[in-house]
Design a protein around this ligand. Sequence first.
Ligand SMILES: C[S@@+](CC[C@H](N)C(=O)[O-])C[C@H]1O[C@@H](n2cnc3c(N)ncnc32)[C@H](O)[C@@H]1O
Length: 423
Amino acid sequence: MNSYKRRYDEKWNFKEGSMNELNHQIHPYPAMLMPLIVRNLLKKYGKGNNTVLLDPYVGAGTTLVEAQFYGAKQAIGTDLNPLAILISKAKSIKYDFDTLKKQIQHFSEYKKQIDYNIDIHSNEIHNFSIRDSWFKEKNVIELAFIQRYIDNIADEKVKLFFKVAFSVVVRSVSLTRNGEFKLYRIQKNKIPEFNPNAIQEFLEILDKNYQLIYDYSKKTSYDTQIEIYEMNSKKLKSIEKFQNIADIVITSPPYGDSHTTVAYGQFSRLANEWLKFEEANKVDTNLMGGRNKVDLDTKFNIKELDDTIEKIKEFDKTQKNSRHPAVISYYVDYIETMESVATTVKKGGIVVYVVGNRRVRNYELPTDIVTSKTFERLGFTHKETIVRDILNKRMPSKASPSNKEREQISTMTKEYIVIMEKR
Ligand SMILES: C[S@@+](CC[C@H](N)C(=O)[O-])C[C@H]1O[C@@H](n2cnc3c(N)ncnc32)[C@H](O)[C@@H]1O
């Protein structure tokens, strides 16, 4: 392992490439994989229509759609965030476009029946604890109207498609700032002039997404068997049918614990609430590193990681709050998950983790090395680590690691594509 090397390769920046490929943009999602990375990896390591791909952190389903586009035999994805499951399913199922079109036309007529005089505190209107702090009254009425309409759609596929558009609109009409992952309010003086129309936006998204899905349908045969599960990827090792199944794992794990890095739960919270997903407010705690109850003396036996954690611990002594518990908790979970993922891979199979090395207290955490060393311990050989610039990912270039502190530390500008092969 002393020979661990990284190779910067400009080709993997895909400067001209866009995130708007295929149907990837039907719903925004934080830290989506660049689709062309997946496409190229499949081209290089895939086994044509015999390929079985697995993605333990499937997010918005980039890998599944790419596997489908490639013509893989099977593509399996897991994620803990119900919104991720919803988006992934909506992107990869085959629709009947006539039925879909008719339902969109029906809604564009039905919308006239909205009653703006309804009391938003009546039982007919969905309520949750933070609703009224994030939505204007008019938008609550509109969203509740759409929600009730969706509840009554009988066709499950059409319902899924409508739910995705609904989730996009929930976000866009909420009083959250554009471009933020976390729930940050728009400035107070901007609230009076912020007057979106949820019904109108919903129709626009339905039309836009219809076109994206329709165009995509002309490019795929839908022969790939897609399986998507809402579960912790730690559990993969205890499920018989997932053992030794994958020819290739392509994934991008969270960069750190969800509370202080990319807050998937916060990003999805309002949509998860309106979509009535249970435990909408607990997603970040359930994700990797979300629970801080870990042994703070844990040693990972990976020198680069243990040394960095020691430095963060030292720095913490001079500060009011401690950052190292969340870091340790994240790596405990991360390594346990890799141990589980390793069991799903066939002999000779390929594992590709696209990771970022974030900084805490200005010390870079060597996640690419941790990934490579852990998989080596689990019977894999390190093939290579490609370094690329992050050019077109939806990521904050600065992260405020603590809402309280308002501390600004620039996050990653590089991504590491760690490629391993099972011996
Ligand atoms: C970087 S995102 C994946 C983005 C995805 N590659 C895409 O293109 O949309 C990481 C995902 O990991 C999920 N996640 C975090 N911890 C998890 C766990 N223990 N089990 C399953 N999913 C988890 C998060 O909900 C998030 O969707």
